[in-house]
Write a protein that binds this ligand. Structure first.
Ligand code: ATP
Length: 238
């Protein structure tokens, strides 16, 4: 579904990505791991079209998207949940969820939306309790539930997630990760950037480790979880 070949991104003198190759299939969860400044966010932004690559080709569903703007890639079914949870603060929880429909490919009936809403409220009862509350009054964890639920409603073909666990309590992280798995079961491809390498690899089929803009190593999650270099550098604490 997503194929990246020889991707290079430069910010002036800083080379943020160097010859990145990456593949992602429909329904697959792939983890992207790396320390601060490794280039993970830049990778997600170049796929969406927020950052213009200097070299390389990105194809989505067999079509080149390397030079497309973010609004064009969004129309193709690519959705980014950025680090920092962007909710519409003055809108209520329910209004935020409705916005997910705006990005949806094709149309949704009212009944369909109600069904999806019911399943989201079942997974995250907190959102139900707070459905008429302004989103800015939610806690960090609740806001992350909300942005992820909004993405679920928009049913993207490809979901790019930037550090969804950041600053959240472990129990909430488990809920969030379970929802990501559910989304992938429905056919969405997920590229999951995470600092919590152990947790990310536990739901991903494969992982890429980015170091200083390069793919340092990659492989099946089960292999990476046992790789000595991984354990030393990224999996020691979890
Ligand atoms: P973090 O985990 O800290 O968010 P990251 O792996 O997502 O890091 P990026 O944000 O992609 O890393 O940054 C990669 C490199 O590019 C870093 O050295 C960063 O300072 C630099 N960089 C990122 N955005 C810009 C920008 N707009 N202008 C200049 N340099 C940038």
């Amino acid at each position: 579904m997503l194929s990246i070949q020889g991707l290079e991104v430069r910010y002036g003198a800083i080379q943020a990505l160097r010859r990145i190759d990456l593949e992602l299939a429909a329904g697959e969860i792939v983890a992207v791991i790396g320390s601060n400044g490794a280039g993970k966010t830049t990778l997600l932004q170049s796929i969406l079209g927020l950052v213009r690559p200097d070299k390389g080709v990105i194809t989505f569903d067999g079509k080149p998207i390397t030079q497309l703007s973010a609004s064009r890639t969004a129309n193709l079914g690519i959705s980014l949940v950025p680090e920092g949870r962007e909710v519409f603060g003055t809108l209520t929880v329910l209004e935020n969820l409705r916005l997910g429909l705006k990005n949806k490919i094709g149309s949704t009936s009212k009944e369909q939306f109600e069904r999806e809403l019911a399943s989201i409220y079942e997974r995250f009862p907190r959102l139900y309790e707070r459905r008429d509350q302004q989103a800015m009054t939610l806690s960090g964890g609740e806001q992350q539930m909300l942005v992820l639920s909004r993405a679920m409603i928009s049913k993207p073909k490809l979901l790019l997630l930037d550090e969804p666990s950041l600053g959240l309590a472990p129990i909430i992280v488990s809920d969030i990760f379970a929802s990501i798995q559910e989304l992938a079961k429905g056919g969405t491809a997920v590229l999951l950037v995470e600092q919590m390498a152990h947790k990310a690899l536990s739901i991903a089929s494969r992982g890429y480790v980015i170091d200083n803009g390069r793919v340092a190593f990659q492989g099946k999650s089960s292999d990476l979880l046992q790789d000595q270099r991984m354990i030393k550098a990224y999996l020691g604490v979890h």
